[in-house]
Design a protein around this ligand. Structure first.
Ligand code: SAH
Length: 231
């Protein structure tokens, strides 16, 4: 949600920043810029659907009425008691919450008023140079949207089903095969074991191979053994 935006270009820039990060609902509250307009469309660089579906409200209270969580972004440390999040922890909170969530951005020159911040449940501050802390509005939208997208990607990666890791028995068979091959190619002497096998075990344990990956690795070992016997 952009409140009282004065430059149409920032509306377009925010739309582009959001769509790049997979966010599609842009809300304007009392926009001061003429909208829709050519400058917003130009800066949106193709995020036209998003601009066409923009909702406009007369007050922030009306805009957030269906939201269960409202973040107000601010460049300044405000003397308010609520929790201040950085964009990454804000994104984490969003991931853990189900329901409508709003992120509110203020005016280019003066940010959000205290009354508007009162409507918000928590604050988001992008860490910056303390002597020069105010980002361009669309840039601030970009940073917060990026963190939301990143948090979403990470959860997808974690949820991605993978084959179960191979059981210990198969891993031990692989390690025995690996050790035998290393002996045959002269890279390992069981009389003077050093730490070779321990290091290799730790490396493979860390990557938790599944059965098909172990079969592939053992295929390589078998071919290695065969090729040195042929010589
Ligand atoms: N002079 C204003 C800054 C306005 S910048 C002020 O001091 O508040 C326009 C909007 O971009 C801000 O209202 C806020 O929504 C966002 N923004 C800019 N810099 C930010 C930062 N460091 N952290 C969080 N939001 C920021």
């Amino acid at each position: 949600m952009l409140v009282g935006t004065t430059h149409a270009g920032n509306i377009g820039g925010a739309a582009r920043a959001m769509l790049n990060m997979g966010l599609t609902r842009l809300v304007l509250v009392q926009p001061q810029a003429l909208f829709p307009c050519a400058e917003a469309t130009a800066r949106a660089s193709g995020a036209d659907d998003l601009l066409e579906n923009v909702q406009v409200f007369d007050s922030l209270q009306d805009a957030v009425q269906d939201c269960i969580l409202v973040f107000g972004t601010t460049a300044r440390e405000r003397s308010v008691a609520w929790q201040i999040f950085d964009p990454e922890s804000c994104a984490k909170k969003i991931k853990e919450t189900s329901g409508e969530i709003a992120i509110v951005f203020g005016r280019e020159h003066s940010g959000l008023t205290n009354e508007e911040l009162d409507v918000c449940h928590a604050a988001v501050k992008i860490p910056t140079n303390s002597q020069f802390s105010s980002l361009n509005l669309a840039a601030a939208v970009q940073v917060v949207s990026y963190e939301i997208h990143k948090a979403h990607l990470i959860s997808e990666t974690h949820l991605k089903p993978r084959h179960p890791s191979a059981p210990a028995k198969e891993l031990e068979m692989f390690y025995a095969h690996l050790e035998q091959t290393l002996i045959e190619i002269g890279l390992h002497n069981p009389e003077k074991p050093r730490r070779t096998m321990r290091k290799l075990r730790s490396f493979f344990n860390r990557s938790q191979p599944d059965s098909s990956e172990l079969a592939l690795l053992r295929g390589i070992l078998t071919e290695t053994q065969r090729s040195i016997k042929v010589k």
